[in-house]
Design a protein around this ligand. Sequence first.
Ligand SMILES: Nc1nc2c(c(=O)[nH]1)N[C@H]1C(S)=C(S)[C@@H](COP(=O)(O)O)O[C@H]1N2
Ligand SMILES: [Mo]
Length: 531
Amino acid sequence: MHIVHRHSVDRAERLETDGGRAPAGWTALARGALAGMAAGLAMTALLLALREVLGLPTPSEMVGDRLTAFITIQQFFALLNQFGGYEGLKQAGGGGVIAGQLAVGVLAGVAYAGYARSSQRPWLFALAVVGLLWLLTVAFLWPNLSTNYRGLPPDYARIATLTSLLVAYSTYGLVLVVASRFVRTRVTNAEHTQTRPGRRAFLLGGVGAILAVATGGLLRQLAQVATFAYDGMEYRGEDVQPITPNDRFYTVTKNIVDPDPTTAVWRLEVGGLVDHPTTYTFDQIRALPRTTQETTLMCISNYLGGGLMSNAVWTGLPLRDLIMAAGPRPGIAKVVLHGADGYTDTYPLDKALEPTTFVAYEMNGEPLPVRHGYPVRILTPGLFGEKSVKWVTRIELVDHDVQGFYEQQGWGPNFVIPIRTTFFAGDFDTPFTPGGRIPIRGNAFAGNHGVGSVEVSVDGGQTWQAARIDYPGTNITWAFWTFDWQPSAPGDYLLVARAKNRQGQLQDSQYRDTAPEGATGYPGVNVRVTG
Ligand SMILES: Nc1nc2c(c(=O)[nH]1)N[C@H]1C(S)=C(S)[C@@H](COP(=O)(O)O)O[C@H]1N2
Ligand SMILES: [Mo]
């Protein structure tokens, strides 16, 4: 009985090898592809679930961040053009990496199937593939592993990411081995040799389809909270107010999905070259002596007349309070600010110790909105918004030069905000009434030097008249102005504005584009006065 049974197993194997496998090696490889796809989907679904629940960064996001540092501003702009803006680029990039991930999964599945045909221990091959892919990923993404969207500080975040990638890749390997066995399993009954593996492949396809649906669902859920809805949002128009309401404050983020820190794991570390490295909880930060500070932020990408600029009253404490408490050692060159999203920026220690460089946790009397850096962000008056790191988790004092996220791409190296003026209205038509006045309004900003005066020209810059300052602001905020223009006759006019800072320095008239150090030049509007 036993011998007969053994005999039929041999027959079945021979049948499969001769009749099923050898001539149709393609079938084996196709099953490998199927198993690889199922394993890739299982891994992708797991990565997305870990992202959603624990804020662990996905390879998609880290690859995007890694490449941002590699490419030049020109290449970056070309990509923006090609993909219809930042939003399109983020979607294509994120989707592309997931597609690539699945493609690698399928290819590795095929390779595994090929290997399994001649090997007794195919799982060794899977183990090697998983280990190799993990090492390659880790080597390539090393600078970005310290991302954690729930707010774990960098060193812990890196360990968490290394672990999650290992778990995800191992899941791939395990599912690949199990699924491949499943579709290859030899059946003892010779008659069924041809049909059963086919049915099993069909079953595995079903499991794959379920995993694909789950992956799609997780992606949709993440897409719902993605930054597409608000990234690049400007604050502009005729109703612009000196203090920007929180929900209209301009927004710029490098992320596809912004961090959503929880104060249970979020910490703010002050470390590096200090005598007393310190880790603060959110409650501990809020218990420190607090002040309020009105501060205007502006993005380096703010084109002339653009609205990537806003102003709020922030509550928090000077950054120097935290740095001095930690006991900085001699020889510090730079302060590096780490965000939960793996974003970093940096400036010299002197800048960090200026009394207005700020650690903020309230914005216009409310907790920081998530998109503006909850629970804690940095404000760096005088320098472009890039240096005002959101979702900050670590402040590190180092003895060497370091470049920030956008600086690596070629922005800067000078991030000092030049004097800027903006008209609230764009080009417009207005009826001519003899003796009538047309109020022309706008704002001006001079980084951390305050706006001293604003002038307007109605003849394209030949002659200038003083505008009235309605809202003077402070040294670190914008100012609002009005020019009551009384045109003497109908016609086409080019109105131009310029400002001086409180040190009497005049705005640069030379036009300069936003890249790489921010736009300069006088803004103009065309006004047609109709008779
Ligand atoms: N952690 C982190 N901080 C960041 C960014 C980011 O992507 N991640 N973007 C920077 C840029 S480019 C700008 S202009 C400001 C925008 O701040 P806001 O969105 O609160 O206006 O945040 C800066 N801080
Ligand atoms: Mo920015």
